[in-house]
Design a protein around this ligand. Sequence first.
Ligand code: ADP
Ligand code: MG
Length: 607
Amino acid sequence: MGSIVQLPEHVSNQIAAGEVVGRPASVIKELIENSVDAESSEIVIVVVDAGRTLIQVVDNGKGMSEEDAKLCFKRHATSKISTADDLLSLVTKGFRGEALASISAVSHVELKTRETDSEMGTKVFLNGCDIGGVESVACPKGTQFAVKNLFFNVPARRNFLKSDQVEMRHIIDEFQRVAMAHPDLSFRLQSNGSDLFNLKPGSLRHRVVAIFGSKHDERLVPIEESTDVVKIYGFVGKPSFARRTRGEQFLFVNDRFIKHPLMHKAIMHAYEGVLSPGHFPLYTIFLEVDPKRIDVNIHPTKAEAKFQEDQAIFAILRSTIKRGLGKHNVAPSLDFDTELSISIDPLPSDKILGEPQVVINPDYNPFKSTRCSSGGTSNHSSERSMKSIVFGSGESEDKNPDEFFSANDSKEVRELIDATEAPKFLQYANRFIITSRQGNLLMIDARRAHQRILFEQYLSEGKGTAKETPQKLLFPEPVDLPKADTMLLVEVSEVLATYGLELEERVEGGVDIISVPNGLADKLHDCIDSVLEALRDGTWADEDGRREKLAGVWAKAASIPKSKKLTDEEMSSIIGRLFLCESPAVDPCGQSVLTVFDEGAIDDILG
Ligand code: ADP
Ligand code: MG
Protein backbone atom coordinates (compact mmCIF):
# COMPACT_ATOMS: atom_id res chain seq x y z
CA MET A 1 0.00 0.00 0.00
CA GLY A 2 1.33 3.39 -0.86
CA SER A 3 2.16 5.82 1.91
CA ILE A 4 1.20 9.06 0.20
CA VAL A 5 -2.12 10.59 1.14
CA GLN A 6 -3.70 13.80 -0.03
CA LEU A 7 -3.98 16.07 2.99
CA PRO A 8 -7.49 16.92 4.12
CA GLU A 9 -8.50 20.46 3.21
CA HIS A 10 -8.43 21.80 6.76
CA VAL A 11 -4.84 20.61 7.18
CA SER A 12 -3.61 22.10 3.92
CA ASN A 13 -5.41 25.34 4.72
CA GLN A 14 -3.74 25.50 8.07
CA ILE A 15 -0.36 25.01 6.44
CA ALA A 16 -1.10 27.71 3.88
CA ALA A 17 -2.24 29.98 6.69
CA GLY A 18 1.31 29.94 7.97
CA GLU A 19 2.30 31.97 4.94
CA VAL A 20 -0.59 34.36 4.69
CA VAL A 21 -1.54 34.90 8.32
CA GLY A 22 1.51 35.54 10.44
CA ARG A 23 -0.07 37.79 13.06
CA PRO A 24 -3.25 39.80 13.69
CA ALA A 25 -1.98 42.54 11.39
CA SER A 26 -2.00 40.18 8.40
CA VAL A 27 -5.66 39.34 9.00
CA ILE A 28 -6.46 43.02 9.04
CA LYS A 29 -4.54 43.64 5.86
CA GLU A 30 -6.37 40.88 3.99
CA LEU A 31 -9.80 41.92 5.24
CA ILE A 32 -9.35 45.61 4.48
CA GLU A 33 -8.01 44.82 1.04
CA ASN A 34 -11.10 42.71 0.37
CA SER A 35 -13.26 45.64 1.44
CA VAL A 36 -11.42 47.96 -0.93
CA ASP A 37 -11.77 45.44 -3.75
CA ALA A 38 -15.51 45.30 -3.00
CA GLU A 39 -15.73 49.01 -3.89
CA SER A 40 -16.58 50.17 -0.39
CA SER A 41 -16.45 53.84 0.50
CA GLU A 42 -16.38 53.37 4.27
CA ILE A 43 -14.37 50.79 6.14
CA VAL A 44 -14.42 50.38 9.91
CA ILE A 45 -11.97 48.16 11.74
CA VAL A 46 -12.44 47.18 15.36
CA VAL A 47 -9.80 45.32 17.31
CA VAL A 48 -9.83 44.02 20.85
CA ASP A 49 -6.61 43.04 22.62
CA ALA A 50 -4.52 43.86 19.59
CA GLY A 51 -6.54 41.40 17.55
CA ARG A 52 -6.07 38.39 19.78
CA THR A 53 -9.66 38.41 20.98
CA LEU A 54 -11.45 40.09 18.10
CA ILE A 55 -10.83 41.60 14.71
CA GLN A 56 -13.85 43.02 12.98
CA VAL A 57 -13.95 44.68 9.59
CA VAL A 58 -17.18 46.28 8.41
CA ASP A 59 -17.61 47.75 4.94
CA ASN A 60 -20.38 49.19 2.81
CA GLY A 61 -19.23 47.54 -0.39
CA LYS A 62 -21.06 45.40 -2.86
CA GLY A 63 -21.58 42.45 -0.51
CA MET A 64 -21.97 38.80 -1.42
CA SER A 65 -24.82 36.53 -2.41
CA GLU A 66 -25.59 33.57 -0.17
CA GLU A 67 -23.82 31.27 -2.57
CA ASP A 68 -20.66 33.41 -2.58
CA ALA A 69 -20.77 33.83 1.17
CA LYS A 70 -20.50 30.08 1.54
CA LEU A 71 -17.91 29.71 -1.18
CA CYS A 72 -15.55 32.51 -0.24
CA PHE A 73 -13.85 30.43 2.47
CA LYS A 74 -12.82 27.75 0.01
CA ARG A 75 -9.19 27.73 -0.99
CA HIS A 76 -8.57 29.32 -4.40
CA ALA A 77 -12.10 30.69 -4.45
CA THR A 78 -11.97 34.16 -5.90
CA SER A 79 -14.19 36.43 -7.92
CA LYS A 80 -11.27 38.53 -9.05
CA ILE A 81 -9.67 36.44 -11.74
CA SER A 82 -10.88 33.47 -13.71
CA THR A 83 -8.13 32.84 -16.24
CA ALA A 84 -4.36 33.03 -16.12
CA ASP A 85 -4.54 35.94 -18.55
CA ASP A 86 -6.44 37.95 -15.97
CA LEU A 87 -3.23 38.03 -13.95
CA LEU A 88 -1.83 40.34 -16.60
CA SER A 89 -4.44 43.00 -16.08
CA LEU A 90 -4.92 42.94 -12.33
CA VAL A 91 -6.56 45.94 -10.80
CA THR A 92 -7.66 44.34 -7.53
CA LYS A 93 -5.54 43.72 -4.45
CA GLY A 94 -6.62 40.13 -4.06
CA PHE A 95 -6.51 37.40 -6.67
CA ARG A 96 -5.19 34.30 -4.96
CA GLY A 97 -8.39 33.35 -3.18
CA GLU A 98 -6.36 32.25 -0.21
CA ALA A 99 -6.91 34.79 2.51
CA LEU A 100 -10.31 33.77 3.80
CA ALA A 101 -9.48 30.07 3.60
CA SER A 102 -6.34 30.69 5.61
CA ILE A 103 -7.92 32.97 8.18
CA SER A 104 -10.78 30.58 8.80
CA ALA A 105 -8.32 27.73 9.30
CA VAL A 106 -6.81 29.40 12.35
CA SER A 107 -9.68 31.30 14.00
CA HIS A 108 -13.42 31.45 14.57
CA VAL A 109 -14.94 33.46 11.74
CA GLU A 110 -18.37 34.93 11.35
CA LEU A 111 -19.56 36.67 8.21
CA LYS A 112 -22.61 38.84 7.59
CA THR A 113 -23.15 40.24 4.15
CA ARG A 114 -25.84 41.77 1.97
CA GLU A 115 -25.75 42.74 -1.67
CA THR A 116 -27.10 46.16 -2.56
CA ASP A 117 -30.28 44.98 -4.21
CA SER A 118 -31.08 42.08 -1.89
CA GLU A 119 -33.54 42.61 0.90
CA MET A 120 -32.05 40.11 3.26
CA GLY A 121 -28.45 39.33 3.97
CA THR A 122 -26.64 36.11 4.81
CA LYS A 123 -24.89 35.11 7.99
CA VAL A 124 -22.29 32.35 7.88
CA PHE A 125 -20.33 31.03 10.78
CA LEU A 126 -17.50 28.62 10.53
CA ASN A 127 -16.28 25.74 12.59
CA GLY A 128 -12.67 25.61 11.59
CA CYS A 129 -12.83 25.41 7.81
CA ASP A 130 -16.27 23.86 7.78
CA ILE A 131 -19.41 25.87 7.54
CA GLY A 132 -21.14 25.60 10.91
CA GLY A 133 -24.32 27.37 9.94
CA VAL A 134 -25.94 29.66 7.38
CA GLU A 135 -28.83 31.97 8.22
CA SER A 136 -30.78 34.66 6.49
CA VAL A 137 -30.44 37.93 8.46
CA ALA A 138 -31.35 41.56 8.23
CA CYS A 139 -28.12 43.57 7.99
CA PRO A 140 -26.81 46.74 6.38
CA LYS A 141 -25.56 46.65 2.81
CA GLY A 142 -21.99 45.48 2.64
CA THR A 143 -19.91 42.93 4.45
CA GLN A 144 -18.84 42.35 8.05
CA PHE A 145 -16.21 39.86 9.08
CA ALA A 146 -15.61 39.02 12.73
CA VAL A 147 -12.47 37.00 13.44
CA LYS A 148 -12.31 35.67 16.98
CA ASN A 149 -9.68 33.77 18.96
CA LEU A 150 -6.96 34.00 16.36
CA PHE A 151 -4.55 31.04 16.39
CA PHE A 152 -6.70 29.19 18.95
CA ASN A 153 -5.53 25.97 17.29
CA VAL A 154 -1.93 27.01 16.63
CA PRO A 155 -0.52 27.57 20.12
CA ALA A 156 3.01 27.95 18.81
CA ARG A 157 2.01 30.95 16.77
CA ARG A 158 -0.21 32.38 19.46
CA ASN A 159 2.64 32.19 21.94
CA PHE A 160 4.98 33.86 19.51
CA LEU A 161 2.90 36.99 19.33
CA LYS A 162 4.61 40.00 20.85
CA SER A 163 3.18 42.39 23.40
CA ASP A 164 -0.11 44.10 22.57
CA GLN A 165 1.78 47.32 21.83
CA VAL A 166 3.98 45.66 19.25
CA GLU A 167 1.10 43.78 17.62
CA MET A 168 -0.88 47.03 17.58
CA ARG A 169 2.05 48.73 15.90
CA HIS A 170 1.98 46.12 13.12
CA ILE A 171 -1.76 46.53 12.78
CA ILE A 172 -1.37 50.27 12.45
CA ASP A 173 1.36 49.81 9.86
CA GLU A 174 -0.89 47.64 7.69
CA PHE A 175 -3.83 49.97 8.25
CA GLN A 176 -1.80 53.00 7.21
CA ARG A 177 -0.53 51.29 4.08
CA VAL A 178 -4.02 50.64 2.77
CA ALA A 179 -5.43 53.93 4.04
CA MET A 180 -2.61 55.88 2.40
CA ALA A 181 -3.22 54.18 -0.93
CA HIS A 182 -6.91 55.13 -0.89
CA PRO A 183 -7.36 58.68 0.35
CA ASP A 184 -10.76 58.81 -1.36
CA LEU A 185 -12.18 56.22 1.06
CA SER A 186 -13.00 56.73 4.70
CA PHE A 187 -11.20 54.49 7.19
CA ARG A 188 -11.70 54.14 10.89
CA LEU A 189 -9.63 52.08 13.30
CA GLN A 190 -10.81 51.39 16.82
CA SER A 191 -8.82 49.59 19.45
CA ASN A 192 -10.33 48.46 22.75
CA GLY A 193 -13.18 50.91 22.35
CA SER A 194 -11.31 54.06 21.40
CA ASP A 195 -10.67 55.60 18.01
CA LEU A 196 -7.06 55.50 16.83
CA PHE A 197 -7.79 56.85 13.39
CA ASN A 198 -10.85 58.32 11.85
CA LEU A 199 -9.81 59.28 8.34
CA LYS A 200 -12.18 61.24 6.15
CA PRO A 201 -12.03 61.06 2.37
CA GLY A 202 -9.86 63.77 0.80
CA SER A 203 -6.71 64.44 -1.19
CA LEU A 204 -3.53 62.45 -0.76
CA ARG A 205 -2.00 65.42 1.03
CA HIS A 206 -4.89 65.41 3.51
CA ARG A 207 -4.44 61.74 4.09
CA VAL A 208 -0.69 62.02 4.71
CA VAL A 209 -1.24 64.82 7.19
CA ALA A 210 -4.13 62.99 8.88
CA ILE A 211 -1.91 59.97 9.39
CA PHE A 212 1.35 61.64 10.34
CA GLY A 213 0.21 64.76 12.11
CA SER A 214 -0.46 68.35 11.09
CA LYS A 215 3.19 69.43 11.27
CA HIS A 216 3.89 67.27 8.26
CA ASP A 217 2.09 69.63 5.94
CA GLU A 218 5.06 71.98 5.78
CA ARG A 219 7.51 69.11 5.47
CA LEU A 220 6.15 67.69 2.23
CA VAL A 221 7.48 68.29 -1.24
CA PRO A 222 5.18 67.14 -4.04
CA ILE A 223 6.66 65.13 -6.89
CA GLU A 224 5.17 64.26 -10.24
CA GLU A 225 6.31 62.71 -13.51
CA SER A 226 4.64 60.95 -16.36
CA THR A 227 6.50 58.81 -18.88
CA ASP A 228 5.62 55.84 -21.06
CA VAL A 229 7.16 53.44 -18.62
CA VAL A 230 5.88 54.81 -15.35
CA LYS A 231 3.76 57.51 -13.85
CA ILE A 232 5.01 58.85 -10.53
CA TYR A 233 3.31 61.04 -7.97
CA GLY A 234 3.30 61.61 -4.26
CA PHE A 235 5.32 63.43 -1.63
CA VAL A 236 8.81 63.32 -0.28
CA GLY A 237 9.97 64.91 2.96
CA LYS A 238 12.31 67.86 3.14
CA PRO A 239 15.74 66.58 4.11
CA SER A 240 15.91 68.72 7.23
CA PHE A 241 13.02 66.77 8.69
CA ALA A 242 14.52 63.37 8.05
CA ARG A 243 14.51 61.14 11.08
CA ARG A 244 16.63 58.36 12.38
CA THR A 245 13.90 55.81 11.83
CA ARG A 246 12.58 54.42 8.60
CA GLY A 247 9.01 54.46 9.84
CA GLU A 248 7.48 56.90 7.40
CA GLN A 249 8.39 55.43 4.06
CA PHE A 250 5.67 54.26 1.74
CA LEU A 251 6.04 53.03 -1.80
CA PHE A 252 3.05 51.88 -3.82
CA VAL A 253 2.77 50.27 -7.21
CA ASN A 254 -0.67 50.49 -8.72
CA ASP A 255 -1.99 51.37 -5.26
CA ARG A 256 -0.43 48.32 -3.68
CA PHE A 257 2.13 48.84 -0.91
CA ILE A 258 5.42 47.18 -1.77
CA LYS A 259 8.88 46.81 -0.36
CA HIS A 260 11.42 47.29 -3.07
CA PRO A 261 15.05 47.72 -2.01
CA LEU A 262 16.15 48.92 -5.43
CA MET A 263 13.52 51.67 -5.61
CA HIS A 264 14.32 52.64 -2.05
CA LYS A 265 17.89 53.03 -3.15
CA ALA A 266 16.80 55.25 -6.04
CA ILE A 267 14.98 57.47 -3.55
CA MET A 268 17.94 57.62 -1.19
CA HIS A 269 20.22 58.48 -4.12
CA ALA A 270 18.07 61.49 -4.86
CA TYR A 271 18.85 62.75 -1.38
CA GLU A 272 22.58 62.30 -1.77
CA GLY A 273 24.48 65.16 -0.26
CA VAL A 274 21.52 66.78 1.44
CA LEU A 275 20.80 64.26 4.17
CA SER A 276 22.67 63.84 7.44
CA PRO A 277 24.20 60.40 7.74
CA GLY A 278 21.97 57.84 9.43
CA HIS A 279 18.81 59.79 8.64
CA PHE A 280 15.88 58.63 6.55
CA PRO A 281 13.55 60.90 4.67
CA LEU A 282 9.82 60.49 4.74
CA TYR A 283 8.17 59.51 1.50
CA THR A 284 4.82 58.45 0.11
CA ILE A 285 5.35 57.63 -3.52
CA PHE A 286 2.95 56.11 -5.99
CA LEU A 287 4.15 54.40 -9.14
CA GLU A 288 1.71 53.48 -11.84
CA VAL A 289 2.83 50.94 -14.38
CA ASP A 290 1.07 48.78 -16.90
CA PRO A 291 -0.02 45.65 -14.93
CA LYS A 292 1.45 43.57 -17.75
CA ARG A 293 4.88 44.92 -16.94
CA ILE A 294 4.90 44.06 -13.31
CA ASP A 295 4.70 40.84 -11.34
CA VAL A 296 3.24 41.08 -7.87
CA ASN A 297 2.73 37.35 -7.64
CA ILE A 298 6.08 36.66 -6.01
CA HIS A 299 4.96 36.26 -2.44
CA PRO A 300 1.58 35.34 -0.91
CA THR A 301 1.37 38.59 1.00
CA LYS A 302 2.19 40.42 -2.22
CA ALA A 303 4.50 42.89 -0.54
CA GLU A 304 7.14 42.45 -3.20
CA ALA A 305 7.03 43.22 -6.87
CA LYS A 306 9.16 42.74 -9.94
CA PHE A 307 9.29 45.39 -12.63
CA GLN A 308 10.21 44.62 -16.19
CA GLU A 309 11.89 47.99 -16.53
CA ASP A 310 13.71 48.11 -13.22
CA GLN A 311 16.58 50.23 -14.39
CA ALA A 312 14.55 52.79 -16.29
CA ILE A 313 12.16 53.26 -13.38
CA PHE A 314 15.10 53.58 -11.02
CA ALA A 315 16.53 56.46 -13.05
CA ILE A 316 13.21 58.21 -13.58
CA LEU A 317 12.27 57.94 -9.91
CA ARG A 318 15.60 59.28 -8.78
CA SER A 319 15.59 62.28 -11.07
CA THR A 320 11.93 63.07 -10.35
CA ILE A 321 12.65 63.32 -6.66
CA LYS A 322 15.82 65.25 -7.20
CA ARG A 323 13.99 67.73 -9.34
CA GLY A 324 11.18 67.98 -6.80
CA LEU A 325 13.62 68.73 -4.01
CA GLY A 326 15.40 71.23 -6.24
CA LYS A 327 12.22 73.06 -7.13
CA HIS A 328 11.49 73.54 -3.49
CA ASN A 329 14.94 74.86 -2.86
CA VAL A 330 15.94 72.05 -0.61
CA ALA A 331 18.58 70.66 -2.92
CA PRO A 332 20.59 71.90 -5.87
CA SER A 333 18.87 70.65 -9.00
CA LEU A 334 21.00 71.76 -11.92
CA ASP A 335 22.89 68.59 -12.55
CA PHE A 336 21.35 65.26 -11.82
CA ASP A 337 24.31 63.10 -12.53
CA THR A 338 27.34 64.59 -10.91
CA GLU A 339 28.02 64.60 -7.22
CA LEU A 340 26.77 67.64 -5.41
CA SER A 341 29.78 69.79 -4.76
CA ILE A 342 30.39 71.78 -1.65
CA SER A 343 30.68 75.43 -2.48
CA ILE A 344 33.68 77.20 -1.04
CA ASP A 345 33.81 80.97 -1.01
CA PRO A 346 36.71 82.30 -3.09
CA LEU A 347 39.56 83.83 -1.09
CA PRO A 348 39.67 87.63 -1.10
CA SER A 349 42.41 88.71 -3.49
CA ASP A 350 44.22 90.83 -0.91
CA LYS A 351 44.67 87.91 1.44
CA ILE A 352 48.11 86.33 1.41
CA LEU A 353 48.18 82.66 2.16
CA GLY A 354 50.70 81.65 4.79
CA GLU A 355 51.91 78.19 5.68
CA PRO A 356 49.73 76.50 8.26
CA GLN A 357 51.30 76.72 11.69
CA VAL A 358 51.62 73.91 14.18
CA VAL A 359 51.36 75.24 17.70
CA ILE A 360 53.20 73.28 20.31
CA ASN A 361 53.16 73.86 24.02
CA PRO A 362 56.79 73.30 25.06
CA ASP A 363 55.86 72.95 28.72
CA TYR A 364 53.41 70.18 28.15
CA ASN A 365 53.99 66.92 30.00
CA PRO A 366 51.64 64.26 28.70
CA PHE A 367 52.17 62.11 31.76
CA LYS A 368 50.83 64.67 34.16
CA SER A 369 47.17 65.17 34.64
CA THR A 370 45.90 68.72 34.92
CA ARG A 371 44.63 68.03 38.39
CA CYS A 372 48.15 67.81 39.76
CA SER A 373 50.05 69.50 36.94
CA SER A 374 52.13 72.53 37.63
CA GLY A 375 53.86 72.85 34.29
CA GLY A 376 56.54 70.75 32.68
CA THR A 377 59.84 70.00 34.27
CA SER A 378 61.81 68.40 31.52
CA ASN A 379 64.34 70.44 29.59
CA HIS A 380 64.57 68.18 26.64
CA SER A 381 62.47 70.22 24.29
CA SER A 382 62.78 68.09 21.17
CA GLU A 383 61.57 65.06 23.08
CA ARG A 384 58.69 67.09 24.39
CA SER A 385 57.58 68.27 20.98
CA MET A 386 57.84 64.74 19.73
CA LYS A 387 55.48 63.66 22.46
CA SER A 388 53.17 66.51 21.68
CA ILE A 389 53.02 65.43 18.08
CA VAL A 390 52.44 61.81 18.86
CA PHE A 391 50.06 62.29 21.70
CA GLY A 392 48.37 65.58 20.91
CA SER A 393 48.62 68.60 23.10
CA GLY A 394 46.87 67.14 26.12
CA GLU A 395 45.28 70.47 26.83
CA SER A 396 41.66 70.25 25.95
CA GLU A 397 40.24 72.55 23.31
CA ASP A 398 36.94 71.93 24.94
CA LYS A 399 36.63 74.49 27.63
CA ASN A 400 33.78 72.91 29.49
CA PRO A 401 35.15 69.75 31.00
CA ASP A 402 32.08 69.08 33.06
CA GLU A 403 29.68 69.12 30.17
CA PHE A 404 28.94 65.44 30.36
CA PHE A 405 30.21 64.52 33.79
CA SER A 406 28.59 67.32 35.63
CA ALA A 407 28.14 65.30 38.75
CA ASN A 408 31.10 64.91 41.02
CA ASP A 409 32.52 61.46 41.00
CA SER A 410 31.72 59.47 44.07
CA LYS A 411 34.31 59.04 46.79
CA GLU A 412 34.73 55.48 45.65
CA VAL A 413 35.63 56.56 42.13
CA ARG A 414 38.01 59.22 43.37
CA GLU A 415 39.81 56.70 45.54
CA LEU A 416 40.09 54.35 42.65
CA ILE A 417 41.52 57.05 40.43
CA ASP A 418 43.96 58.16 43.08
CA ALA A 419 45.07 54.59 43.66
CA THR A 420 46.16 54.28 40.03
CA GLU A 421 49.75 55.26 39.99
CA ALA A 422 50.95 58.00 37.61
CA PRO A 423 51.44 58.19 34.66
CA LYS A 424 47.75 58.13 34.22
CA PHE A 425 46.45 58.38 30.68
CA LEU A 426 46.39 60.09 27.37
CA GLN A 427 44.00 60.23 24.50
CA TYR A 428 44.73 59.04 21.00
CA ALA A 429 42.86 60.02 17.83
CA ASN A 430 40.24 61.83 19.93
CA ARG A 431 38.78 58.41 20.61
CA PHE A 432 40.90 56.07 22.65
CA ILE A 433 42.16 56.47 26.16
CA ILE A 434 45.50 54.83 26.72
CA THR A 435 46.37 54.00 30.27
CA SER A 436 48.04 51.36 32.35
CA ARG A 437 46.55 49.26 35.05
CA GLN A 438 48.07 46.54 37.12
CA GLY A 439 51.07 46.30 34.88
CA ASN A 440 49.01 46.11 31.69
CA LEU A 441 48.63 48.59 28.89
CA LEU A 442 45.01 49.41 28.21
CA MET A 443 43.38 51.00 25.20
CA ILE A 444 39.86 52.06 25.92
CA ASP A 445 37.28 53.20 23.40
CA ALA A 446 35.99 56.25 25.25
CA ARG A 447 32.54 56.30 23.68
CA ARG A 448 31.86 52.64 24.28
CA ALA A 449 33.15 52.95 27.81
CA HIS A 450 30.83 55.86 28.40
CA GLN A 451 27.93 53.84 27.06
CA ARG A 452 28.69 50.98 29.42
CA ILE A 453 28.87 53.40 32.34
CA LEU A 454 25.57 55.09 31.51
CA PHE A 455 23.90 51.77 30.77
CA GLU A 456 24.68 50.35 34.18
CA GLN A 457 23.84 53.63 35.80
CA TYR A 458 20.40 53.61 34.16
CA LEU A 459 19.77 50.03 35.15
CA SER A 460 20.87 50.48 38.73
CA GLU A 461 18.68 51.88 41.45
CA GLY A 462 17.94 55.55 41.19
CA LYS A 463 17.96 55.03 37.42
CA GLY A 464 20.26 57.77 36.34
CA THR A 465 18.30 60.63 37.72
CA ALA A 466 20.07 60.26 41.02
CA LYS A 467 23.17 62.07 39.84
CA GLU A 468 22.03 64.36 37.12
CA THR A 469 18.99 66.49 37.58
CA PRO A 470 16.98 66.65 34.40
CA GLN A 471 16.54 69.97 32.77
CA LYS A 472 12.95 71.13 33.26
CA LEU A 473 11.86 72.95 30.16
CA LEU A 474 10.35 76.36 30.66
CA PHE A 475 7.69 75.56 28.11
CA PRO A 476 6.89 71.98 27.26
CA GLU A 477 8.30 71.18 23.85
CA PRO A 478 5.72 69.60 21.56
CA VAL A 479 6.93 66.70 19.46
CA ASP A 480 4.67 65.86 16.60
CA LEU A 481 4.45 62.11 16.15
CA PRO A 482 2.25 59.67 14.30
CA LYS A 483 -0.42 58.19 16.53
CA ALA A 484 1.22 54.77 16.55
CA ASP A 485 4.53 56.20 17.74
CA THR A 486 2.82 58.25 20.40
CA MET A 487 1.22 55.13 21.80
CA LEU A 488 4.53 53.31 21.96
CA LEU A 489 6.26 56.19 23.65
CA VAL A 490 3.58 56.88 26.21
CA GLU A 491 3.62 53.21 27.10
CA VAL A 492 7.26 53.49 28.26
CA SER A 493 7.05 57.00 29.64
CA GLU A 494 7.67 55.81 33.19
CA VAL A 495 10.90 54.13 32.21
CA LEU A 496 11.98 57.17 30.23
CA ALA A 497 11.26 59.40 33.21
CA THR A 498 13.86 57.46 35.17
CA TYR A 499 16.39 58.53 32.54
CA GLY A 500 15.36 62.14 32.95
CA LEU A 501 13.03 62.35 29.97
CA GLU A 502 9.55 63.28 31.05
CA LEU A 503 6.76 63.46 28.55
CA GLU A 504 3.02 63.72 28.35
CA GLU A 505 0.60 62.76 25.63
CA ARG A 506 -1.06 65.69 23.88
CA VAL A 507 -4.73 65.70 23.08
CA GLU A 508 -4.03 66.88 19.55
CA GLY A 509 -1.51 64.06 18.96
CA GLY A 510 2.18 63.62 19.66
CA VAL A 511 3.75 64.33 23.02
CA ASP A 512 4.91 67.27 25.10
CA ILE A 513 8.42 67.02 26.46
CA ILE A 514 8.49 68.31 30.02
CA SER A 515 12.10 67.68 30.90
CA VAL A 516 15.19 66.32 29.21
CA PRO A 517 18.32 64.77 30.66
CA ASN A 518 21.16 67.22 31.07
CA GLY A 519 23.12 67.84 27.92
CA LEU A 520 20.64 66.04 25.69
CA ALA A 521 18.43 68.95 24.70
CA ASP A 522 20.08 69.19 21.28
CA LYS A 523 19.81 65.50 20.61
CA LEU A 524 16.28 65.16 21.88
CA HIS A 525 14.65 64.25 18.58
CA ASP A 526 17.33 61.75 17.66
CA CYS A 527 17.02 60.15 21.08
CA ILE A 528 13.28 59.82 20.71
CA ASP A 529 13.71 58.33 17.26
CA SER A 530 16.18 55.76 18.58
CA VAL A 531 13.81 54.78 21.36
CA LEU A 532 10.97 54.39 18.87
CA GLU A 533 13.10 52.27 16.60
CA ALA A 534 13.86 49.94 19.49
CA LEU A 535 10.24 49.80 20.58
CA ARG A 536 8.98 48.97 17.11
CA ASP A 537 11.49 46.23 16.84
CA GLY A 538 10.07 44.75 20.04
CA THR A 539 12.41 41.79 20.28
CA TRP A 540 12.67 41.62 24.05
CA ALA A 541 11.18 38.76 26.00
CA ASP A 542 9.80 40.55 29.05
CA GLU A 543 9.62 43.77 31.05
CA ASP A 544 13.25 43.53 32.20
CA GLY A 545 14.35 42.87 28.66
CA ARG A 546 12.60 45.98 27.49
CA ARG A 547 14.10 48.06 30.27
CA GLU A 548 17.52 46.79 29.34
CA LYS A 549 17.00 47.50 25.68
CA LEU A 550 15.84 51.02 26.44
CA ALA A 551 18.75 51.64 28.78
CA GLY A 552 21.09 50.55 25.97
CA VAL A 553 19.45 52.81 23.44
CA TRP A 554 19.41 55.69 25.85
CA ALA A 555 23.02 55.18 26.88
CA LYS A 556 24.01 55.24 23.24
CA ALA A 557 22.10 58.44 22.60
CA ALA A 558 23.40 60.14 25.72
CA SER A 559 27.02 59.12 25.41
CA ILE A 560 29.84 61.27 24.12
CA PRO A 561 30.28 61.32 20.35
CA LYS A 562 32.64 58.91 18.64
CA SER A 563 35.27 61.54 18.32
CA LYS A 564 35.72 63.98 21.14
CA LYS A 565 38.73 65.60 22.70
CA LEU A 566 38.48 64.71 26.35
CA THR A 567 39.82 66.65 29.28
CA ASP A 568 41.91 64.91 31.88
CA GLU A 569 38.99 65.11 34.28
CA GLU A 570 36.76 63.40 31.79
CA MET A 571 39.28 60.69 31.08
CA SER A 572 39.92 59.97 34.73
CA SER A 573 36.21 59.89 35.37
CA ILE A 574 35.64 57.42 32.52
CA ILE A 575 38.43 55.16 33.68
CA GLY A 576 37.33 55.27 37.30
CA ARG A 577 33.68 54.70 36.59
CA LEU A 578 34.30 52.06 33.95
CA PHE A 579 36.11 49.83 36.39
CA LEU A 580 33.27 50.06 38.84
CA CYS A 581 30.98 48.59 36.21
CA GLU A 582 29.89 45.00 36.35
CA SER A 583 30.98 44.27 32.79
CA PRO A 584 33.52 46.93 31.87
CA ALA A 585 34.83 45.02 28.85
CA VAL A 586 31.82 45.29 26.55
CA ASP A 587 29.42 48.05 25.62
CA PRO A 588 25.65 47.53 25.82
CA CYS A 589 25.64 46.25 22.23
CA GLY A 590 28.27 43.66 23.07
CA GLN A 591 31.18 45.40 21.35
CA SER A 592 34.60 45.44 23.03
CA VAL A 593 35.28 48.47 25.13
CA LEU A 594 38.95 47.91 25.64
CA THR A 595 41.97 45.91 24.68
CA VAL A 596 44.78 44.90 27.03
CA PHE A 597 48.44 44.30 26.32
CA ASP A 598 50.91 42.94 28.79
CA GLU A 599 54.65 43.13 28.39
CA GLY A 600 54.77 39.73 26.76
CA ALA A 601 52.24 40.75 24.13
CA ILE A 602 54.21 43.87 23.30
CA ASP A 603 57.43 41.86 23.08
CA ASP A 604 55.64 39.53 20.68
CA ILE A 605 54.49 42.43 18.53
CA LEU A 606 57.92 43.97 18.48
CA GLY A 607 59.42 40.59 17.63
P1 ADP B 1 -9.11 37.11 -3.00
O1 ADP B 1 -9.22 38.44 -2.36
O2 ADP B 1 -7.70 36.78 -3.39
O3 ADP B 1 -10.06 36.89 -4.10
P2 ADP B 1 -10.09 36.14 -0.49
O4 ADP B 1 -9.96 34.81 0.17
O5 ADP B 1 -9.52 37.30 0.21
O6 ADP B 1 -9.43 35.99 -1.91
O7 ADP B 1 -11.60 36.40 -0.80
C1 ADP B 1 -12.35 35.46 -1.54
C2 ADP B 1 -13.52 36.10 -2.23
O8 ADP B 1 -14.50 36.51 -1.29
C3 ADP B 1 -13.20 37.36 -2.99
O9 ADP B 1 -12.73 37.09 -4.29
C4 ADP B 1 -14.54 38.09 -3.00
O10 ADP B 1 -15.33 37.64 -4.05
C5 ADP B 1 -15.19 37.64 -1.71
N1 ADP B 1 -15.05 38.68 -0.67
C6 ADP B 1 -14.17 38.69 0.33
N2 ADP B 1 -14.31 39.78 1.11
C7 ADP B 1 -15.33 40.49 0.58
C8 ADP B 1 -15.97 41.74 0.93
N3 ADP B 1 -15.57 42.46 1.98
N4 ADP B 1 -17.00 42.15 0.16
C9 ADP B 1 -17.40 41.43 -0.92
N5 ADP B 1 -16.84 40.26 -1.28
C10 ADP B 1 -15.82 39.79 -0.56
MG1 MG C 1 -8.44 38.98 -0.55
